[in-house]
Design a protein around this ligand. Structure first.
Ligand SMILES: O=C(O)CCC(=O)C(=O)O
Ligand SMILES: [Fe+2]
Length: 262
């Protein structure tokens, strides 16, 4: 008798089991040819330079109140990546059922991004395709916060015991997720809402191994790091982060809706 694995069951094979739900790491999500083709199509004139990385937003940057002016994503960001997302139902439960926004980040050797959370502008699913070179994503807990008597939020020191449910002792946090080029990382559930992610501004990721990298058993080529002294010499790495922006507005609704209210 044939056994059929549902898409959901199949995805569980790629869950990063040592972390709170849910991170999924899928190596070789795209081929080398597809990677080269995407890299070549990223428009050189669209980069916005920040102090420790550069980035571009497609189809556009969100407005001040986190609204996306809807427009199609460029075809090179849709095919094959979004087509493949549909096959594994990644955005099946988000409001628009597919990503409508992509941030492209570029990190040169020594660059990074501060620990942060992606917040409420998006449905709590991020799908990150990595291109160019490996890099470590650092995963940490949010500092517990509480309100003082004036209603201002107080941040507690990072070593304060965190609130449930992530305090389960089996989770070894802080940790790292090693993202190989052509891999896909899906961040959803409490991994999206309760944890911080960032990239340390390093020239070398060191001490790579099963005890220090949460997705070690899911890597396509762990031997590359074993053979290079458990080190990853950073090189330029580009990420495509696919999201579903909750608030959207079309150009037409902006013009006619606006007129109607006057
Ligand atoms: O480059 C990455 O993998 C992380 C980017 C990121 O966290 C973001 O754009 O919010
Ligand atoms: Fe982020």
């Amino acid at each position: 008798m044939a056994h059929h694995l549902s898409v959901r069951d199949a995805l569980q094979l790629f869950r990063v089991a040592s972390l709170p739900p849910d991170f999924y790491y899928i190596p070789n999500f795209i081929s080398e040819e597809e990677e080269a083709s995407i890299l070549q199509k990223i428009p050189a004139q669209r980069w916005i330079s920040l102090s420790h990385r550069r980035l571009q937003a497609h189809p556009s940057t969100l407005t001040k109140n986190n609204t996306l002016l809807t427009a199609p994503l460029p075809p090179y960001l849709v095919n094959p990546v979004v087509e493949r997302f549909k096959a594994i139902d990644i955005f099946a439960n988000t409001p628009h059922k597919e990503p409508n926004h992509v941030l492209i980040n570029e990190y040169r050797r020594g660059q990074g991004i501060m620990p942060h959370e992606d917040g409420g502008a998006y449905a709590p699913v991020v799908a990150t395709v990595s291109l160019g070179a490996p890099i470590c994503l650092e995963i940490s807990r949010k500092p517990a916060s509480r309100e003082d008597e004036n209603g201002a939020t107080l941040q507690e020191p990072a070593d304060t015991p965190p609130s449930l449910p992530l305090s389960t002792p089996s989770y070894n946090i802080p940790t790292r997720i090693l993202q190989e080029p052509r891999s896909l990382l899906i961040t959803t559930g409490s991994a999206y809402t309760e944890l911080l992610h960032g990239i340390a501004p390093l020239e070398v990721d060191e001490d790579l191994g099963s005890a220090t990298v949460a997705n070690w058993d899911l890597l396509a080529e762990p031997y590359v790091f074993e053979e290079s002294g458990r080190r990853n010499e950073r090189d330029t790495r580009i990420s495509l982060t696919y999201r579903d922006v909750l608030k959207v507005s079309s150009a037409a609704s902006k013009v006619f809706g606006g007129l109607g209210k006057r």
